[in-house]
Design a protein around this ligand. Structure first.
Ligand code: SF4
Length: 315
């Protein structure tokens, strides 16, 4: 797989673009995830023509539609940043991004819970950064996160799973449109989808079963929307346990009663969150290889992202 293109707030890469001339380097993003992604940096404040260093800014007014204002001299930067942002998101369409990682808490780049000050100078953490809002409205289905939330192992696993899934889907889009390509993609992603949303699993199964009744364009569009909606929903020990038990059913004939007992114990320990997901998954992978189970061998659920990232060691 070629590298995944991700947009990112420039300061997270260690570039000295912040208002005080500093940066907010995040080593997980540069050193670890950086091995698999190609970043497209975006710094709204510098790219719209403001200098480094510059006066700090914050959001003011209505949290649903705030103004971007400098904190001391009270210059209103809203129109300048909004105009630039509209052009920038149109340009970003050419980049084929599979997601965006925003800088948390920034009045320009924060994706949620950014402070918005009222007329008395009191903040409420309900705002969205000026550029982040325009980006998310323009690309509603793209996975987005901020570097703060990505310190949470479950959110990190979910985001990285989504960007890898979207990259694989984009590879399908580069091939000639055919119902067979959608069916093939869906077959391999069935258990991954089930681990996020049993409801989407049902709906997408029906969509694919009726693929021949739909115009190709409509099939691709509907499938893509459902795929991104389903993976946005978080997995849980309960949902993963359901999927792993389902996989266990493929080995009914082969496993000895001791092996079954051991697998059931491991699954139950995972369900109770005594051990991480990687443990039952490794045991299932062992049986998939040992018994050469053809359907499970192809399931992306067993390897949704590179194991070097160790994401399932912590969820
Ligand atoms: S938070 Fe956004 S605007 Fe601020 S320095 Fe980082 S990239 Fe630039």
């Amino acid at each position: 797989m070629e590298k995944i293109k991700l947009g990112i707030s420039t300061c997270l890469l260690g570039e000295n673009v912040r208002y005080d001339g500093g940066h907010k380097l995040d080593r997980f993003l540069t050193n670890t995830l950086g091995g698999y992604v190609e970043y497209v940096p975006v710094c709204p404040e510098v790219e719209c023509g403001l200098p480094i260093p510059r006066e700090a800014m914050h959001l003011e007014g209505d949290p649903d539609s705030p103004r971007l204002v400098t904190t001391h001299t009270k210059q209103d930067m809203t129109d300048r940043v909004v105009q630039w942002a509209r052009k920038r998101v149109a340009d970003l369409e050419k980049e084929d991004l599979c997601g965006f990682i925003f800088k948390s808490d920034s009045p320009s780049s924060g994706m949620e819970q950014v402070k918005v000050y009222n007329e008395k100078g009191m903040p409420v953490k309900r705002g969205v950064g000026m550029f982040a809002r325009i980006f998310m409205e323009h690309f509603p289905l793209l996975p987005v996160e901020d570097e703060g939330r990505l310190h949470d192992p479950k959110l990190r696993d979910n985001f990285i799973e989504r960007i890898f899934a979207l990259k694989r889907w984009r590879e399908v889009l580069t091939r000639k449109e055919s119902r067979g390509n959608v069916v093939d993609f869906h077959t391999k992603h069935k258990l991954l989808i089930l681990s996020h949303s049993p409801k989407h699993y049902q709906t997408m199964g029906k969509l694919v079963a009726k693929a021949k009744d739909l115009p190709l364009k409509e099939l691709y569009q509907k499938y893509q929307t459902l795929l991104m909606e389903s993976l946005y929903l978080k997995t849980s020990p309960k949902k993963n346990t359901n999927v792993i038990q389902h996989m266990m059913g493929f080995f009914k004939e082969q496993l000895s009663s001791d092996e079954k007992q051991e697998l059931l114990e491991v699954i139950d320990h995972y369900r109770q969150e005594y051990i991480p997901l990687i443990v039952p998954i490794t045991l299932i992978q062992h049986y998939v290889r040992k018994y050469d189970q053809p359907y499970l061998k192809e399931q992306v659920y067993l390897h949704p992202h590179p194991s070097e990232l160790q994401l399932r060691n912590h969820v």
